[in-house]
Design a protein around this ligand. Structure first.
Ligand SMILES: CC(C)(COP(=O)(O)OP(=O)(O)OC[C@H]1O[C@@H](n2cnc3c(N)ncnc32)[C@H](O)[C@@H]1OP(=O)(O)O)[C@@H](O)C(=O)NCCC(=O)NCCS
Length: 326
């Protein structure tokens, strides 16, 4: 098994770097900002539960800015929601977080999800006034050092974010899939020759096998976390599970795999019949037949995104869609 990479050149854990700050932040105390204008020290430390509000504020501001610039709605509609998402990450024992501090104030954060053999990264955010000063790079290098013995790591980013794409590419990530956010209610009824039902703990062995077949690794820990929380669903055809999704109503959290395009279509229709919520998923658009089917079903295309990967990557064998991480 190969390692992701050996990062020898980056600054060690806890090493401080200094630089000129970029732009003042409207939300930070003007006195403090003025005091930082000339010289500032950046330090990384492990994130803790108490960082939720600061991380949430930065996640909200960073995504709002890039999405506003390109006319797309941000997934993080307010600071409270972003803080809740940060909190879920910070409180999870298998998710590692790092924050960057500028003279004691949190100005960035990044998370590494260690629940599967292949790791996932995100969200990675730097407060807009402090962007383009090397902070994102420092946090990413730190996460990759921590991930060093894993076979691979993945993330997604907005396809209209040159800063993120450039940063990840320079660190060794490769674009693996163009993605489109799709939302809406499909027109067709669920097929009668297969049944979609809520997933239970008894299904975890079958879903692990499906994921291992399509991607080469299983995501049982993540699915286990989803049970009873985010409405995971499974498709059973002729007594055999042939597709599952961790959720089909929240693209950020929902990944899915299926043996065939038809199975994924049946899963989407079945999930729609179980819930009044709109379907929402990130579809890899090289799956042209599936994309065309989604368009014919009346799903609306939203923002474009990219799946990027470093280390080992198995070309998916079957139909699939990633969550906002992988
Ligand atoms: C992505 C993000 C975390 C990067 O943080 P950052 O501190 O600004 O990044 P850095 O300064 O370390 O690195 C940015 C790199 O992009 C480069 N860059 C920026 N715009 C570029 C462009 N148009 N073309 C090529 N390179 C570009 C910079 O030169 C820098 O490279 P360098 O280190 O070789 O000089 C930050 O911009 C952010 O929070 N964005 C919004 C949230 C987001 O989209 N996160 C990523 C998905 S989870």
């Amino acid at each position: 098994m190969t390692q992701i990479l050996a990062l020898g050149g980056g600054p060690a854990w806890g090493t401080a770097i200094s630089f000129q700050p970029f732009l003042p932040s409207a939300r930070l105390s003007q006195t403090w900002i003025e005091g930082q204008r000339r010289y500032m020290t950046i330090q990384l430390r492990a994130a803790v539960s108490g960082d939720a509000a600061a991380c949430g504020r930065i996640i909200f501001r960073a995504f709002q800015r890039i999405n506003d610039e390109h006319g797309f709605p941000s997934a993080y509609t307010d600071e409270t929601l972003a803080a809740r998402v940060a909190s879920t990450q910070l409180d999870h024992p298998e998710v590692y977080g790092v924050v960057a501090e500028a003279d004691g104030h949190v100005v960035g954060s990044a998370f590494l999800d260690e629940r599967a053999l292949v790791l996932s990264i995100g969200p990675v955010t730097v407060d807009p006034p402090f962007q383009r000063r090397g902070i994102g790079r420092r946090m990413m290098e730190h996460l990759l050092q921590r991930a060093g013995t894993a076979p691979g790591a993945r993330l997604t980013t907005d396809a209209f974010n040159p800063q993120a794409i450039s940063l990840y590419t320079s660190l060794g990530f490769e674009v693996k899939e163009p993605l489109m956010l799709l939302t809406g209610r499909p027109k067709d009824e669920a097929p009668t020759d297969a049944r979609v039902r809520p997933m239970t703990a008894d299904d975890l062995e079958a879903t692990a096998a499906l994921s291992a077949h399509v991607h080469g690794f299983d995501r049982s820990n993540e699915l286990s976390d989803c049970l009873g929380k985010c409405s995971p669903v499974i498709l059973v055809k002729q007594g055999r599970p042939t597709a599952y999704a961790s959720t089909l109503s929240l693209w950020q959290a929902g990944h899915g795999v299926a043996e065939t395009d038809q199975d994924l279509q049946a899963l989407i229709l079945g999930a729609a019949s179980l819930s009044a919520s709109p379907i929402s998923l990130l579809l890899p658009t090289r799956q042209s037949t599936l994309l065309r089917w989604c368009v014919h079903q009346g799903l609306r295309l939203g923002k474009p995104m990219l799946l990027m990967s470093i280390g080992e990557y198995q070309e998916p064998r079957g139909a699939w869609f990633p969550s906002a991480r992988m």
